[in-house]
Structure formats: structure tokens, C-alpha cells
Design a protein around this ligand. Structure first.
Ligand code: HDD
Length: 659
């Protein structure tokens, strides 16, 4: 052990004092350096997306897009580009819980041969507002209220719904945030979206419009609201732990990158403005073309150095990719650069290894706090006649797309941005009945936390423009009369539902990536545990053993099976499905234990598939669950019981059990 400057340390346990019990000496440079550094460890957390978790990986291109773009990252098939991804929640502070109802950030930094390209997206394809000048208001309204400094990490409060109800443009996003998209099962089960319309520009200078999509190979999955609330208590790091465990186990999460490409003619013919970030283009109208795959296979060596210090910027694009005039994107291009200076404290934040490009770079920017690599040699300007240093290159370098622009200088919102309800309605109508119920339930939950009745009423007044039945359900849930509908700026356009927008209409067909909780008692047959584990492995699921004591259980033949979790530290909300293998005596014992009863009762209430041994069904179930066992309850003692259980679990939830 040494000091910062390399001096060996002999004693790191005691500070330097005058006499055994005397005062400290100012000359103790070892103590002063250690405390000085500790006092300065914190940097400002991100003003939004403060809580995040990152991982390294690669992006491999499978489809050559050179007809559309000159970007090497999108034209060199088979090339593996290094990436760093940071997933995040938006509203909560750094120490908030993972399962807040919130949008998730999905930011990808591609370290390409032509510089860093940052695709700073979310798990929702649209946004709350149309013009970046409203971003500070949106974020102020969503975060804790300024006088009382609560609630943390949630939108269920007056200020948020006050602002939202005054901003009809947010109604499409409101449908998304009240849907199950904002309570994802984990980062691995989320889609990602670049949100804005960007430009692709090919070698001839021809431009197309593009929207970027990330499709998770494991499919999209969410938890139920009651689970989310309980998971936040049982494991506030639920999403972090999931990503960590998957990567440590070599079960590397993958997403396919897709593009929706369209030209100016399509943009003109589309019912909505493609520059309006509150609108999406249904996949049924412009299919998503898969062009490559991202694999996350390495956790950072150090959270602070990488995940905390990574600096994403929408401004980071590469030749062949360009911005559009989306007024939200244009504003973001200012904000991200600016915020990094505040957060990281120096214009040299790109010298930090996680932010530095992997390709060669050369410029004459110099000095500033913490400068790590200044220009070498005599010349630090160009042109110079020393023949030193880099020069620009019109052939290789970035060129903006030469769009013709003109018009009066005015603060306006384009008329083409005025339809606020049609796509909100389309989203709602594209959901299955279960998902529609969840949207109504979420609205009722959130608005029930709003104290000022006029805010509740104003919010509900938007809903008839989206769907009459939804409006009635929410008004009824709030115990109020349905108010008159707000007057839309533009009549609502009836559009075809888009099945691609539903999670439940597009279920995964495998158990891969899922986690099963297996509760065991003493006295069981060890063979049944082996069979369960083997069946789970074949199905691609992970098993965690739960027992009364973490030391494990003893089988009827005296074999010890160690537990991964102690029962009251592992409620069933942490698992996709659960099973109980209990002996006669063990089942009686479980029936008398509250954590065991709630383990089963919650699994039942959360519509999970439940596997039970005979004694568990006979002696434990009736004490834990009021209802009779249904088809979602699978007997594990029967021939191939474990196999049957895995097969059933592929459906993830037994929706027929809903009251
Ligand atoms: Fe933003 C962070 C995504 C609109 C200003 N944003 C941030 C992050 C994500 C997004 C994923 C976290 C990046 C990370 O992990 O470090 N933001 C979005 C999306 C938006 C969006 C998808 C709409 C389409 N953002 C938006 C607007 C503004 C900002 C309109 C301001 C004009 N966002 C910021 C920021 C942050 C940020 C203040 C905070 C920390 C940071 O940038 O690095 O600059």
C-alpha cells in the first residue's frame, strides 16, 4: 500500500498523534491525503436517469446498409464493434429502487472506427413533450415536490399529474407509462428505441429517414404492479442483480438492432409528423428490418469509473448518420454536452477511458482541468506551416446532410404536431384486454395519490378522447363522475390497431432467462430435486433453492441440499414461477409459517405457475391459499411432473386465474 504518489505506507490503522492519547499532528500527510480524497468522492448525480447500470459488449452487423448510409458500423457485415450500454430509471435518485414505475433509459455507446456513436434511447418509442424547452418543466414536475422532497422515484403525486394534464401532447406517452412497459421484469426483457427520426446518408449524399429499435432475444416481459411494489422492498437492486447474474453465468443477453427506413415521400404521406417525438410509426406500416445483434458479455471492473462516468451525448454521431429537425432532438444536442461538464467537472471528460474513442483521434483542443493528452510538438493550431498536426479531410470527414431549410424566425409549434390523441387511442386499442385493465388500474392508482380533486378531474377529462370505456373505468375507480371531454386541438383520427405494440400478444416461447424458486423442506426425496433441476436446465431456466435455513435441508436419505436463500429473504415475487417440494411433516411445518404462506399466496395472486409435491398440495396449500388449485397448479409427483411444470411455465402467467 502506498500514498497517491507512491510512498510506501507502514501503518494504515492509526493516525499520527502527539503522545499515546494526544492530538493529531497536521504533518500526517497520509491521514490528510486519505480523508481529503474521501471528502471529494461524490460527483453530482445525473439530473435525470441518476440510477443506472451498465455492461460492456459488442455489436455485430449482419446486414449491409451501404445503399442507405456510409457509416462503417452499418456497412461492414461481420465487423464487431465494441459497445457500452447503460440502462436506467428516469426520475429516482441514484439510491432509489429498481422497480419504480418509470421509463427505462437504454443508452448505447458504439466505439466505431469513425468515432463514438451514442444512441441514447428509452424502452418506450415516444416521449412526453415535443419541444426540448419543456424538458426542465417535465422533469421538475415528475421528481420530488420541491417543498417536501417526496415522493421519491414515482409519478403518483399532484405535481406530475398537474403538469401532464395541462400538456395534451403527453397523452400518447401517458398510455405507455401506465402500461406494463414501465415495470419491466428486467433490463434483459425490454425493447429499446432511438425515439427520434434520424437521417441515414449514403456515399452519394442521398438521405433517408430512420428510426432505431432494439428487440430483446428473450422477448418482452413485465411484472405485475403488486409484484413491483413488493420487489422494491425485497430486493431494490432486482434489475441490477438480474443483469449481473446473467452475465456472470455466461447467459449473455442479446438484442437485435432494427431499422425502420422511409423516405421523404412516406414522411409527407404519413398522418402525423415524423419529426414529432410523441408519435411512432407502426411496424405494420414500415416493417422493422433487423441489421445486427448486440451481445452484453462483460460487467465493468468498477461501477464508478465506467457506469457512473460514462457520458452519453446525442450529438455523438458518425459520418453517414445525421440528425433530423425534431425539436426535441435539437434541444438534446445542447443539453447532453452541457450536463457532462457539470457532472464530470472538466471539458476533458472524453479523456476518461470509458468515454474515449477506440479509434485514433487527433485535434488541437488542449489544457483545461485534468487534461490527459494534449497536442504534441510545437504546433497547436491549424493551418500551420510547420507541417505538424492533423488536418481535416473532406473525403472521410463528417458532412451534414444538405437539407434545404428556410422560413421566418419564430417561436412556434408546427400545426402538424397538433394531434395529441389519435396515437394514444391506437396504442390503447392495440393492447389485449388484460393490458387495457392494467392501464386503467395504473391510472386509478396514480390519480388516487393526487390530493387536489381538480387535477384528477382534468386528467380524466382527456381520457374520453382516447377511449370511452377507459375513461369510465378510471372515473369509476376514482369514485367520481365522468367529466366532459377536453376539446382536442385536432379531431381524433381512427387508425388501425398495431398488434406489435402489445406485450401479451407477442409472448416468448421459451423459459430461457427466467428464474424459478424451489422451496424445499427436510425429509423429501432428493431425486425429485435432481429431476426438477435437470428439467429447468433443459428449459434454459435458472433455479434458486429456498429453505427455512440457508444451510439447507436434509433429504429422507440423509443427503444435505444447500439453500441459496432463506425463506423470509426470498419471497415469491423474486421468481417467475415457484415450486414446493415438501414431506408430510415439512408441509405441516410450512403451513404454520407466515413467510411460507405468503410465498404461496402471493405466487397464486400473481398468477404464477406453481408446482407442488403431494404433501404440499394436501397440507400446505389449504392453509395458504383461499381458492381451490386450478390448472396453473402442477403436481410434481406425477410422471414427468417437473417436465410438465416447465412446459406450463412457458406461458409465464396463468391469466385465466384473474378474478
Ligand atoms: Fe435525456 C440523460 C434518454 C429527452 C436531457 N436521457 C438521458 C439518459 C437517457 C436519456 C437514456 C441517460 C444516459 C446515461 O445512461 O447516462 N432523453 C432520453 C430520451 C429522450 C430524452 C430517449 C427523448 C426522446 N433528455 C431529453 C431532453 C433533454 C434531455 C428533451 C433536454 C433538453 N437527458 C438529458 C440530460 C441527461 C439525460 C440532462 C442527464 C444525464 C445526462 O444527460 O448525461 O442531458
Amino acid at each position: 500500500m502506498t500514498t497517491q504518489v507512491g510512498m510506501p505506507i507502514a501503518d494504515d490503522q492509526n493516525s499520527l498523534k502527539l503522545g499515546d492519547r494526544g492530538p493529531h499532528l497536521l504533518e500526517d500527510q497520509i491521514f490528510r491525503e486519505k480523508l481529503f480524497h474521501f471528502d471529494h468522492e461524490r460527483i453530482p448525480e445525473r439530473v435525470v436517469h441518476a440510477r443506472g447500470y451498465g455492461a460492456h459488449g459488442t455489436f455485430e452487423l449482419t446486414d449491409d446498409l451501404s445503399d442507405l448510409t456510409r457509416a462503417k458500423v452499418l456497412t461492414e457485415v461481420g465487423e464487431k464493434t465494441e459497445v457500452f450500454v447503460r440502462f436506467s430509471t428516469v426520475a429516482g435518485n441514484k439510491g432509489s429502487a429498481d422497480l419504480a414505475r418509470d421509463v427505462r433509459g437504454f443508452a448505447v455507446k458504439f466505439y466505431t472506427k469513425e468515432g463514438n456513436w451514442d444512441l441514447v434511447g428509452n424502452n418506450i418509442p415516444v416521449f412526453f413533450i415535443q419541444d426540448a424547452i419543456k424538458f426542465p418543466d417535465l422533469v421538475h414536475a415528475a421528481k420530488q415536490e420541491p417543498d417536501r422532497a417526496f415522493p421519491q422515484a414515482q409519478t403518483a403525486h399532484d405535481n406530475f399529474w398537474d403538469f401532464i394534464s395541462l400538456m395534451p401532447e403527453s397523452m400518447h406517452m401517458v398510455m405507455w407509462i401506465m402500461s406494463d412497459r414501465t415495470i419491466p421484469r428486467s433490463f434483459r426483457f425490454m425493447e429499446g428505441f432511438g425515439v427520434h427520426t434520424f437521417r441515414l446518408v449514403n456515399a452519394e449524399g442521398k438521405a433517408s429517414f430512420v428510426k432505431f429499435h432494439w428487440k430483446p432475444r428473450l422477448g418482452v416481459q413485465s411484472v405485475l404492479w403488486d409484484e413491483a411494489v413488493k420487489i422494491n422492498g425485497a430486493d431494490p437492486d432486482f434489475h441490477r442483480r438480474d443483469l449481473w447474474e446473467a452475465i456472470q453465468a455466461g447467459d449473455y443477453p442479446q438484442w437485435d438492432l432494427g431499422v425502420q427506413v422511409f423516405d421523404d415521400d412516406f414522411a409527407e404521406s404519413f398522418d402525423f409528423d415524423v419529426l414529432d417525438a410523441t408519435k411512432l410509426i407502426p411496424e405494420e406500416q414500415v416493417p422493422v428490418r433487423i441489421v445486427g445483434t448486440m451481445t452484453l458479455d462483460r460487467m465493468p471492473d468498477n461501477f464508478f469509473a465506467e457506469t457512473e462516468q460514462v457520458a452519453f451525448q446525442t450529438g455523438n454521431i458518425v459520418p453517414g448518420i445525421d440528425h433530423s429537425n425534431d425539436p426535441l432532438l435539437q434541444g438534446r444536442n445542447f443539453s447532453y454536452l452541457d450536463t457532462q461538464l457539470k457532472r464530470l467537472g472538466s471539458p476533458n471528460f472524453n479523456h476518461i477511458p470509458i468515454n474515449a474513442p477506440r479509434c485514433p483521434f487527433a485535434h488541437f483542443q488542449q489544457d483545461g482541468h485534468m487534461a490527459m493528452h494534449n497536442p504534441r510538438g510545437r504546433a497547436n493550431y491549424e493551418p500551420n506551416s510547420h507541417g505538424l498536426g492533423p488536418r481535416e479531410n473532406p473525403e472521410r470527414g463528417f458532412r451534414s446532410y444538405e437539407a434545404e431549410e428556410g422560413g421566418a424566425k419564430r417561436r412556434v409549434r408546427s400545426e402538424s404536431f397538433a394531434d395529441h390523441y389519435s396515437q394514444a387511442r391506437q396504442f390503447y386499442l392495440s393492447q389485449t384486454p388484460v393490458e387495457q385493465d392494467h392501464i386503467a388500474d395504473a391510472l386509478v392508482f396514480e390519480l388516487s395519490k393526487v390530493e387536489i380533486v381538480a387535477i384528477r378531474e382534468r386528467m380524466v377529462s382527456h381520457l374520453p378522447n382516447i377511449d370511452a370505456e377507459l375513461a369510465e373505468k378510471v372515473a369509476d375507480g376514482l369514485g367520481m363522475d365522468l367529466p366532459d371531454a377536453a376539446t382536442p386541438a385536432r379531431p381524433v383520427v381512427e387508425t388501425e390497431p398495431s398488434p406489435a405494440l402489445s406485450i401479451l400478444a407477442n409472448p416468448p416461447e421459451t423459459l430461457k432467462g427466467r428464474k424459478l424458486g424451489l422451496l424445499l423442506t427436510d425429509g423429501i426425496d432428493g431425486k425429485s430435486v435432481d429431476e426438477f433441476r435437470a428439467a429447468a436446465q433443459e428449459a434454459g431456466a435458472m433455479v434458486e433453492i429456498i429453505a427455512e435455513k440457508v444451510g439447507g435441508i436434509t433429504t429422507n436419505r440423509g443427503r444435505t441440499i444447500a439453500a441459496d436463500q432463506k425463506l423470509d429473504g426470498a419471497p415469491s415475487v423474486l421468481y417467475d414461477a415457484v415450486a414446493v417440494l415438501a414431506s408430510d411433516e415439512g408441509a405441516e411445518k410450512l403451513a404454520g409459517m407466515h413467510p411460507a404462506r405468503s410465498f404461496l399466496a402471493d405466487a397464486h395472486a400473481h398468477l404464477k405457475f406453481i408446482g407442488l409435491s403431494g404433501p404440499a398440495l394436501k397440507a400446505f396449500w389449504p392453509k395458504a391459499v383461499v381458492a381451490e388449485p386450478d390448472e396453473g397448479v402442477i403436481a410434481l409427483d406425477e410422471a414427468d411432473g417437473a417436465g410438465n411444470f416447465m412446459e406450463a411455465c412457458k406461458a409465464l402467467r396463468f391469466w385465466d386465474r384473474r378474478p
